[in-house]
Design a binder for this molecule. Structure first.
Ligand code: SF4
Ligand code: SF4
Length: 355
């Protein structure tokens, strides 16, 4: 049976008043928050944006969603887990600070913000899933124990998965640092010697001692590499870069992690995708990056697979081509959706309802 995906067109992301008007209509007509009950503690999973990034979903729009949740007598708590890479979201203190700098304050969004701490045992939980790649998923406890989960995703390109939407936001985004490492660990960096300055930053951050500097160039011992990608984040010239051809297994792992987060949330999870400010790369990039598509609109659904497929289809329709294939030609982003359907997370077939 087809899943319903509600959609409202938005042609100018900078027209905040109109975006919020469209969003309010979307929430009302779609009933995407209807599963939230009085007294629920609802987690809102989002991405606060790395320092320098401009693609993330704006706090003004989170305000509308949080008001929708509190209007049901429930409380909303905005959250994201810390990153694997060096940057402003590596630990909870800095992560909260960058969230505030991007305007995500309690006053602005009408909800508290909680960043699970990887150094605290009580903030983490193991979820047994026994899937092909992942047997036990390492998740930030908050997302598992929230009474309900609303996932707010910025739909955009992604170097490892072609595009990123709800599945990527949940699977990678709710994982602890250990869980993120598990999802990346088949992806060792590729070294481009001609770009290397010999600065040594990669060797400093490498937790596995896999890098040495010899003759003013980095030397990578792949047998020691655990695929954490810290050197990629640290390298100023992209001499260390991700092996984008190894992304297929990562896509499967992301989907298996999504299953771990959602398996106890049946009937208690909703998804909202913003296909606005559609960048080539994800919101983890600590710099602005090219817009690859016009603003398209906002989607709401109870099905994480359908909402990502509808977002993918409508963005490509607006571009008159598969723009994600064009900017990330080595990735088949639909693989994540096909595998998610196979695991029973949702349907590729959807009914689009424009509001
Ligand atoms: S990806 Fe490998 S080489 Fe790079 S920092 Fe991590 S362990 Fe070291
Ligand atoms: S961080 Fe980049 S430029 Fe610096 S030594 Fe490592 S690979 Fe070379």
């Amino acid at each position: 049976m087809k899943s319903r995906v509600y959609f409202t067109a938005v042609h100018d992301a900078n027209d905040t008043l109109n975006v919020n008007k469209r969003l309010t209509t979307l929430l009302e007509k779609s009933g995407v928050l209807a599963f939230i009950l009085k007294g629920d503690k609802a987690g809102v999973k989002l991405h606060f944006g790395e320092e320098g990034n401009t693609g993330y979903v704006r706090p003004e729009h989170l305000r509308v969603i949080c008001d929708g949740i509190s209007g049901k007598g429930a409380s909303a708590l905005l959250s994201d887990a810390n990153t694997l890479y060096r940057g402003r979201r590596l630990n909870s203190k800095d992560h909260l600070a960058i969230a505030h700098e991007h305007g995500f304050t309690k006053e602005a969004v009408g909800a508290d913000i909680f960043i699970p701490d990887d150094s605290k045992k009580e903030d983490k939980i193991d979820v047994r899933i026994e899937q092909k790649n992942i047997k036990i998923a390492k998740i930030a406890r908050f997302f598992i124990e929230a009474d309900a989960l609303v996932t707010v995703s910025h739909f955009k390109g992604h170097i490892l998965t072609g595009f990123g939407g709800a599945l990527k936001n949940i699977g990678m985004g709710c994982a602890t640092r250990e869980g993120k490492l598990a999802q990346h660990c088949d992806v060792s960096p590729v070294f481009f010697a001609d770009k290397c300055l010999g600065c040594g930053e990669c060797a400093i951050v490498c937790p596995a001692g896999a890098i040495q500097i010899k003759n003013k160039k980095s030397v990578l011992d792949t047998s020691k590499c655990i695929g954490c990608a810290s050197c990629i984040a640290a390298c100023p010239t992209m001499a260390m870069f991700i092996d984008i051809e190894a992304g297929d297994k990562t896509q499967e792992k992301i989907v298996e992690y999504t299953l771990a987060v959602l398996k106890e949330k049946k009937g208690k999870a909703g998804f909202i995708n913003f296909a606005l400010r559609i960048n080539q790369e994800c919101d983890c990039w600590g710099a602005d990056n090219p817009r690859i598509a016009p603003d398209v609109g906002i989607f709401a659904s109870l099905d994480p697979v359908s909402i990502d497929k509808a977002s993918f289809d409508l963005v490509n329709k607006a571009c008159k081509k598969d723009i994600f294939q064009k900017v990330h030609p080595k990735q088949d982003g639909l693989k994540q959706l096909r595998y998610a359907e196979y695991l029973g997370l949702g349907n590729l077939d959807y009914e689009l309802i424009e509001v």
